[in-house]
Structure formats: structure tokens, C-alpha cells
Design a protein around this ligand. Structure first.
Ligand SMILES: NC(=O)c1ccc[n+]([C@@H]2O[C@H](COP(=O)([O-])OP(=O)(O)OC[C@H]3O[C@@H](n4cnc5c(N)ncnc54)[C@H](OP(=O)(O)O)[C@@H]3O)[C@@H](O)[C@H]2O)c1
Length: 252
């Protein structure tokens, strides 16, 4: 992807990784629209910055995605980059009786159906742009599952697969498709995570991610070094060993 001169929609841009990416891409000279459920967080993100805009929407709701698509294309017809970053991560207990399936339903709606619906809605517009990108944020847990977040891992594995298919299908078009798979990063994705020891500080994660973009803007996957342990577990022939190590370390 090109790193400046874009009009970028970042879902979940009101906090954490999305907010930090929004600010970095804005600093590089892009117009950035941040979207999420909480207006106050979005307003805070765009405060004092020209060329930044905020829109509320719910990634888990098909009608809300339709509304967002219409608003974005109406107000920002130059849109050429979509970053599907919004997500939730809720703990599950697969040994509960009954298991709370509502967590899986909500997680699938937000993390997997959300990006599929929004990308599908914007794709005809993106394909008509001279140069466009779709950037999907998955997770190291797409590649090695943690038992406490079984549905979450599954949504990220699903989004990874969908991203590979989309990239291949669009290989001869003006749209490139990039995956960012973060490791554990200090944000409030789960309560207390922003100060959890052993998680990568947000600024360090964003610094390395932006350096990766600059070093190779056309790379299929933007992977900081901390995520290689999970991303390449299977390729390096240590998948089940890594499942055990991860769950032992995190208590799963
Ligand atoms: N931090 C990590 O360790 C880590 C690791 C791997 C992958 N990731 C991924 O990175 C992405 C960003 O997470 P983060 O760590 O930056 O956590 P975060 O600060 O909680 O960011 C998630 C964002 O998504 C938005 N969001 C959640 N549900 C939404 C919905 N239904 N509709 C619209 N927006 C919604 C939230 O805003 P509202 O609540 O206001 O809607 C929030 O701004 C997620 O996809 C996450 O899975 C994070």
C-alpha cells in the first residue's frame, strides 16, 4: 500500500491499536476517518487534527454497516483504504454448564462477519480506485489458540483465511490486501491488559508495525517479531508444543 495521500477508514479507531494507527497514518499525510460505537472516544481521537473525521457504527450489526458505508462514500468519495481493526475479546469457559454461547455469537458477529460485511460493501468502490488497500487486523491467536478465548481465536483464524482468499481473488486488480497479526499488546482489549506485564507496549508495537510498512509496503503480512513465535509455530513443526506452551503460560 502507499503510505501517504490516502483516505483511510479505520474501524475501532477510537482506542488502542486503531487509534495509534489512525494518528500515525494521519501524521504521514493521510485523511483518516475513525469509526466505532463510542462517540466520545472517537471525538477524543480526532481532537485538534485537520483531515480526521469520526463516525459511529456497530460492526456487529448489518444495518449499521450499510449506514456507515453510505455515509463514508457520500462524505469521502476519495476513500481508498479500509482498515478492519474493530474487535472484541471476551473470556469463555468451555467447561461451564451450560457454556455461554452468546459470547461466541457476539464475537463472530463483530470480529468476523463485521469485516466481511464492511469489506464486501466497500469493495466495488475500492476496486474503482486507481490504488486501494484493505488491511485486516487478525491476531497471533489466529495461529495458536488460547482456550480462554476459543471463539475469539476462531474469528481471527477465519479472518486470516478470508483475507488470503480476498488477496488472491484481487491479485490482478488495483486493490492490495494486507494482514496485521499483532502479538499481545498493552491496550484495554480485555480489562487491565494495558498494564499487563509481558505484553508489548502499544507505542513499541506501532513503531515496529510502521517500520515494517515503510520497509516493505507491499508485504502480504505485517508481523512484528514478537508474533513470529505464534505465526510460524506450525510451519516450524512445533504447533502442538506451542499450544501447550501458550496455554501453560497464560493459564488455559
Ligand atoms: N491488544 C492485543 O493484544 C491484540 C492482539 C491481537 C490482535 N488484536 C486486535 O487488534 C484490534 C484492536 O484491538 P485493541 O487491542 O486496540 O483493543 P481496543 O482498544 O479495545 O480496540 C478495539 C476497538 O474496537 C471497537 N469496537 C469493538 N466492538 C465494536 C463494534 N461492535 N462496532 C464498532 N467498533 C467496535 C472499540 O470501540 P467501541 O467499544 O467504542 O466500539 C475499540 O475502539 C482488535 O481487532 C483486536 O482483536 C489486539
Amino acid at each position: 500500500m502507499k503510505l501517504s495521500g490516502n483516505t483511510i477508514l479505520i474501524t475501532g479507531g477510537g482506542s488502542g491499536i486503531g487509534r495509534a494507527l489512525a494518528h500515525r497514518f494521519h501524521d504521514l499525510g493521510n485523511t483518516v476517518i475513525v469509526a466505532g460505537r463510542t462517540k466520545a472516544k472517537l471525538d477524543d481521537t480526532i481532537a485538534g487534527r485537520d483531515r480526521m473525521h469520526a463516525m459511529t457504527f456497530d460492526a456487529g450489526d448489518a444495518g449499521s454497516i450499510e449506514d456507515l458505508t453510505a455515509r463514508v462514500l457520500d462524505e469521502h468519495p476519495a476513500l481508498n483504504v479500509l482498515m478492519n481493526n474493530a474487535g472484541i475479546m471476551r473470556y469463555e469457559d468451555l467447561l461451564a454448564d451450560p457454556v455461554d454461547v452468546e459470547i461466541a455469537e457476539a464475537t463472530i458477529a463483530t470480529n468476523l462477519l463485521g469485516p466481511i460485511r464492511l469489506t464486501s460493501a466497500l469493495l466495488p468502490h475500492l476496486r474503482a480506485q486507481p490504488r486501494a488497500s484493505v488491511v485486516n487486523v487478525t491476531s497471533g491467536l489466529a495461529f495458536v489458540p488460547w482456550t480462554k478465548t476459543a471463539a475469539y481465536n476462531a474469528t481471527k483464524a477465519g479472518l486470516h483465511s478470508w483475507t488470503v482468499a480476498l488477496r488472491h481473488k484481487l491479485r490482478q486488480t488495483s486493490v492490495d490486501v494486507i494482514e496485521i497479526a499483532p502479538p499481545a499488546v498493552q491496550t484495554e482489549l480485555t480489562p487491565g491488559q494495558s498494564t499487563r506485564e509481558g505484553y508489548m507496549p502499544l507505542e513499541a508495537f506501532i513503531d515496529e508495525t510502521m517500520a515494517n510498512f515503510e520497509a516493505d509496503p507491499d508485504a502480504r503480512e505485517n508481523l512484528v517479531k514478537n508474533v513470529h513465535f505464534l505465526r510460524f509455530a506450525e510451519a516450524e513443526g512445533r504447533f502442538y508444543e506451542t499450544v501447550e506452551q501458550l496455554n501453560e503460560a497464560l493459564g488455559g
